[in-house]
Design a protein around this ligand. Sequence first.
Ligand SMILES: Nc1ncnc2c1ncn2[C@@H]1O[C@H](COP(=O)(O)OP(=O)(O)OP(=O)(O)O)[C@@H](O)[C@H]1O
Ligand SMILES: [Mg+2]
Length: 233
Amino acid sequence: MAKIRVRARAVDMLGRQQIAGIPTAIHELFKNAHDAYAKHVEVDYFRGDSAFVLRDDGFGMTREEFEGKWLTIGTESKINANDLPIPKFLGEGVERRPVLGEKGIGRLAIATIGPQVLVLTRAIREDGLHDLVVSFIHWGLFEIPGIDVDQIEIPVGTLLGGQLPDSKFVEGLVCRVRENVEGLPASVTSELKNTLISQLATFNINPAAVEDSLGFPSLRGDGHGTHFYGSSD
Ligand SMILES: Nc1ncnc2c1ncn2[C@@H]1O[C@H](COP(=O)(O)OP(=O)(O)OP(=O)(O)O)[C@@H](O)[C@H]1O
Ligand SMILES: [Mg+2]
């Protein structure tokens, strides 16, 4: 007996390489915000800092959902979604939205916008608001030839609901990715490792400070939804 092994590059090919460009990528992310019953989606691009922020005020993801759906390729989470009752936590009078997602790979579009991304998501469910889930991904790791997808670790942290991560919190997640890069097998050249490590060192986004200047939709207080902070360098 044998098993199919999945190279890390497969994720890159399904995501970044399938997406025609930034407009298509934003379209995929807006589709996801629509499916999460968001009322607002905002995209901001800061040319000077090569940074982009995409924020929706949808129903977000719990930690289990983030790991089981967002970090799981080919999720079938939206199959039959059109036949299910509209979640009660959305409030009275919310009209059903036809679900746009079908394939389970659209979120990988985010890799097209920039190689490094911080994901913040906070869920609202029947039992109320959940804690904030924060994760950081360097998509460049998925371009490394010769490594399997399970050799790449994605750090995920949680913060008490209503709070936002500061630079120190973000630094902690980035540091774990750096350790992952350093620990990759010797078949990955030190030149490639050093390139990734120096890119990681440039990622210094502070969502708490950025949100102060951007305002709504916010994850502070009783805010919920999914926000992406990316660097397009
Ligand atoms: N903005 C978001 N808010 C809440 N959940 C989200 C968001 N983006 C993604 N998800 C969750 O992650 C899952 C994967 O999203 P993805 O776009 O990859 O697949 P899909 O929407 O099911 O199908 P498609 O590939 O056709 O877009 C979604 O089914 C949803 O559960
Ligand atoms: Mg989608």
